[in-house]
Write a protein that binds this ligand. Structure first.
Ligand code: FE2
Length: 172
């Protein structure tokens, strides 16, 4: 960190804080959905795992911030409008909520992938080597989750369609 400018350090710390807020939003987003997915047990199970991963990701960000002299208690999460909008999209119960949520979750995971990619660039730019493995692990988890959701878009849509045609509860 010794060669980094104050400006670079400040941009990096803001990025870490924003990512921490993002992870808390991710937990909220998934927790709202997971108890309602009665007809999509595989998705509910994978979401439960990702809730635990997201909590660990938030802890990793706290660890990265504490290494910069930013105390955990001083960590205040700020709302981000894009994330807020995505969360709102997945918030409204609708007849096709499983479809809407799957699309929103896929978008959310890609926002997270972009965030960690950016943070890894900043960690490199300010030479904060200790954070790199932490950020990389979280990035890998987001990539895996995004790929899993992608694999479920088609099957989930078909299940929704078949249950709808049969007159059964289809949206959750
Ligand atoms: Fe995450």
């Amino acid at each position: 960190m010794s060669g980094a400018t104050d400006e670079a350090r400040s941009i990096y710390v803001t990025g870490l804080r924003n990512a921490h807020a993002m992870e808390n939003q991710a937990v909220e987003l998934l927790e709202r959905q997971v108890g309602r997915l009665e007809n999509y047990p595989a998705m509910a199970e994978r979401m439960r795992r990702h809730i635990e991963e997201s909590k660990q990701q938030a802890t990793r960000l706290e660890e990265a911030l504490s290494g910069l002299g930013t105390s955990h208690s001083a960590l205040k999460d700020t709302a981000m409008s894009l994330i807020g909008n995505l969360a709102a999209l997945a918030h409204t119960p609708a007849p096709d909520e499983v479809i809407k949520n799957t699309l929103a979750n896929f978008a959310f995971e890609h926002y997270e992938i972009a965030a960690y990619t950016s943070l890894l660039t900043l960690a490199d730019a300010v030479a904060h080597a200790a954070a790199v493995p932490l950020l990389k692990q979280s990035l890998d988890e987001e990539v895996a989750m995004a790929a899993w959701i992608e694999s479920q878009i088609g099957p989930t849509t078909l299940t929704f369609l078949q249950r709808s045609e049969a007159g059964e509860t289809a949206g959750r």
